[in-house]
Design a binder for this molecule. Structure first.
Ligand code: ASP
Length: 301
C-alpha cells in the first residue's frame, strides 16, 4: 500500500529572513512523519508527530512561537481527525501547554467530547497529566517584537497593510498510512492581535482540518474567520468525493473562499491514493510532502 504525508507551516506573507528556518522545520516535520509511516505506524501518529515538531520550533505560530492576543496573552487552538471513523479531538484558547495537538489527541481518546475550550481545556489537560507551562516558555523574542509593532496599529489595519497575512504560520499535516487510513492535524496560536477569547477555524472540524479515509484529508491555514464561513477543509474533501484530483480540489475550494468571502488562505490536500495538492492565495505557504514513491521530500518555502 502507498503511504504519504503532506505538511504545512502556514500561509502568509512569510518574510525573507523566515524562509530558511521555515524550510528547515518543515523538512524535519515531514521527515519525522514519513519515518513513522514507513515503519507501519498510523496516519494519526504521523500527522500528530509532524505537528508536534512544528509546535516545538519557535519559527512557527503554534505551541512555542505562538502569536499574542491584543491583551498580550497566548491562546492556542488545535484539532485532529481520524479518517477511519471520523473521530475528532480539539482544544480552543488553551493557554499553558507546550503541545496543544497532544491535548487534542487526549480529548479524542479519553473524553466523550470533541472540543474543550479555555480553562476547561487547560483543566482537562492537567487532569490527564499534561505538564503546565508558563507563557514565558511559549513566548519568543520575535513575537514580543511583533506585539510591540502591532500595538501601534489596530488588527484590521495590520491585516490590510501586511497584505495577506504576515500574521499566519499555523501548522498542519495530513497523512495516509500503509493500512489505507488518513488523518489530519492542525495547530495554531491564531492571528496576531486577536481579541482574547477569539477562536478561529483551526480547532473546528471541517474548517481547519478534515479526514475521511474513504476520500482524503485536508488542513487549512490563513484568515480563520473566512475559512470557517465556507467550511474550507470539508469543501476540499467534498471536491475529492466528486472526483476531482487533490490539486484541482485544493484550487476549487480556495477559489470559492476567495470569490464568496474575499478571504485569503492556503490548504494542503492528500487523497486516499496518496496524491497531494496544495493551493494558497497568500504571498507564500511553506509546505512539504513525501510519498512512498519519492526518494526524498519536496519542500516549498
Ligand atoms: N487559521 C488560523 C486562525 O485564523 C491562522 C493561520 O492559519 O495562520 O486562527
Amino acid at each position: 500500500m502507498p503511504f504519504a504525508i503532506i505538511v504545512h507551516g502556514g500561509a502568509g506573507n512569510i518574510r525573507e529572513a523566515q524562509r530558511a528556518p521555515h524550510a528547515t522545520g518543515i523538512r524535519q516535520a515531514v521527515t519525522a512523519g514519513y519515518a513513522l509511516l514507513a515503519r507501519g505506524e498510523s496516519a494519526l501518529d504521523a500527522a500528530q508527530a509532524a505537528v508536534m515538531i512544528l509546535e516545538d520550533l519557535p519559527a512557527f505560530n503554534a505551541g512555542r512561537g505562538s502569536c499574542l492576543t491584543s491583551a498580550g496573552t497566548i491562546e492556542m487552538d488545535a484539532g485532529l481527525m481520524d479518517g477511519r471513523d471520523l473521530r475528532v479531538g480539539a482544544v480552543a484558547s488553551i493557554t499553558h501547554v507546550a503541545n496543544p495537538i497532544a491535548v487534542a489527541r487526549l480529548v479524542m481518546e479519553r473524553s466523550e467530547h470533541i472540543l474543550f475550550a479555555a480553562e476547561g481545556a487547560q483543566a482537562f489537560a492537567q487532569a490527564q497529566g499534561v505538564a503546565a507551562v508558563s507563557t514565558e516558555a511559549l513566548l519568543t523574542p520575535a513575537r514580543t517584537q511583533e506585539f510591540a509593532h502591532v500595538q501601534q496599529a489596530n488588527f484590521a489595519a495590520t491585516l490590510a497593510a501586511e497584505q495577506r497575512g504576515a500574521v499566519a504560520d499555523t501548522v498542519g499535516a495530513v497523512a495516509l498510512d500503509i493500512h489505507g487510513n488518513l488523518a489530519a492535524a492542525c495547530s495554531t496560536g491564531g492571528m496576531s492581535w486577536k481579541k482574547p477569547g477569539r477562536v478561529g477555524d483551526s480547532p473546528l472540524p471541517g474548517c481547519g482540518y478534515y479526514a475521511d479515509s474513504q476520500a482524503g484529508g485536508c488542513v487549512t491555514t490563513g484568515w480563520g474567520e473566512t475559512i470557517a464561513r465556507v467550511v474550507l477543509a470539508r469543501r476540499a474533501v467534498e471536491a475529492l468525493e466528486r472526483g476531482l484530483d487533490p490539486q484541482a480540489a485544493a484550487q476549487a475550494a480556495l477559489a470559492f473562499l476567495a470569490a464568496r468571502t474575499g478571504g485569503w488562505a492556503g490548504l494542503i490536500v492528500l487523497d486516499r491514493h496518496g496524491r497531494v495538492g496544495a493551493a494558497f492565495n497568500s504571498v507564500r505557504m511553506t509546505h512539504a510532502w513525501w510519498d512512498s514513491d519519492m526518494a526524498e521530500p519536496t519542500v516549498v518555502a
